[in-house]
Write a protein that binds this ligand. Structure first.
Ligand SMILES: *Cc1c(COP(=O)(O)O)cnc(C)c1O
Length: 341
């Protein structure tokens, strides 16, 4: 298989159309036989549930070329089960989890020419998503749905290495108590756009959202979970029913405990304790971990001892271990890496 002629080391984080995507349609209570198609466009009724009432959810994962030259995907079964949770909460039909994983692999295999080579820093980003495609005018779940997966090659999220971010405590909420914060619904992102544009205009990289009910506890940012490191080297991540369960964060907690021998805690984290942590990072598929150097709470600054030049030492170890597992340099826990044949 000949690779596409792309400048792999200089890819940005944006959409680039690739050759194949996967499509399956749900109609009359059943999924069609899914298939690969070269058609990157979607035609549907103007009255589609997704267009009128935002009935949609999505996933994000990556395919990598390992050190040995194999193409692999990282824990796609967790994306399948998380998407199933999203669908149930949004009254959408679940795409069978085993078929989801097979479809991910089929899309990677069909677009193997777009999987960036080992060492380029780039990866093939996969975007499974589902939306209400049938007409609704009275408020109700759509009568028809489409499930799709496309692939797009992306560069490292942070070019030239990860510089620590400055984030602010947001006055906006990301999720409602008992709402949809724990599922990957497009509507959560639509709601967060104003807050992130405003944060950028004020010179901040991201928003830290507090728990919507009491505004005393740390939740997450618009698209990444928090990890903190205590001064005595314990790894702490906030627990809340309105946090999106990041696969990267869950994997990092396992890596911290099993590979680095660190103590780990998933628990409520009060904003008041944040000033006492030694390191802070944001975790998600796109960047793995982005270090946070400074948090600004209405003018009051919390500066982490790790500073504004580089990742904290524990954050760096976690980053190196997880990316080592993903790139095949370090042996993975059973079932984390699925090879594309
Ligand atoms: C997708 C997402 C994350 C990161 O999850 P990963 O599975 O690690 O990519 C974190 N927070 C929110 C709100 C998300 O939508």
């Amino acid at each position: 298989m000949e690779k596409k002629n792309l400048d792999w080391s200089n890819l940005g984080f944006g959409y680039r159309q690739t050759d194949y995507r996967y499509v399956a349609n749900w109609k009359n209570g059943a999924w069609s036989e899914g298939e690969l198609t070269t058609d990157a466009t979607i035609t549907m009724t103007e009255c589609a549930g997704v267009l009128q009432y935002s009935q949609s959810c999505f996933e994000g994962l990556k395919a990598y070329t390992t050190e040995k030259g194999q193409i692999v995907v990282f824990r796609p079964d967790l994306n399948a089960s998380r998407m199933a949770d999203s669908c149930r909460r949004l009254e959408m039909p679940v795409y069978p989890e085993d078929k989801f994983v097979e479809a991910v692999k089929a899309v990677v295999r069909a677009n193997a020419a777009y999987v960036p080579p080992y060492g380029s820093g780039a990866t093939l980003y996969l975007r499974p998503f589902m939306f209400g495609s049938g007409p609704v005018i009275g408020v109700s779940p759509a009568p028809e749905y489409q499930f799709r997966i496309f692939a797009t090659p992306v560069g490292p999220y942070f070019k030239g290495g990860a510089k620590p971010l400055t984030i602010r405590v947001s006055d906006f909420d990301r999720a409602a108590p008992n709402g949809t914060g724990h599922i990957k619904a497009g509507l959560n992102y639509a709601m967060s756009l104003h807050a992130i544009v405003d944060a950028h205009n004020q010179g901040f990289n991201e928003n830290m959202y507090l728990d919507p009910k009491t505004r005393t506890k740390v939740e997450e940012t618009g698209g990444a979970n928090f990890l903190f490191v205590t001064k005595d080297g314990k790894v702490v991540t906030p627990k809340s029913p309105s946090i999106l369960p990041s696969i990267t964060r869950r994997s990092l907690m396992v890596v911290a405990k099993e590979y680095l021998g660190l103590e780990v805690e998933e628990r409520e984290v009060y904003f008041d304790e944040v000033k006492d942590f030694a390191e802070c990072g944001l975790c998600g598929t796109a960047a793995v971990i982005s270090p946070v150097g400074k948090i600004v709470d209405h003018g009051k600054e919390i500066c982490f001892p790790s500073g504004m030049d580089e990742m904290g030492p524990v954050t760096k170890k976690l980053y190196d271990a997880l990316t080592g597992i993903q790139m095949g340099r370090i042996e993975a826990p059973e079932g984390w890496i699925q090879v594309i044949e």
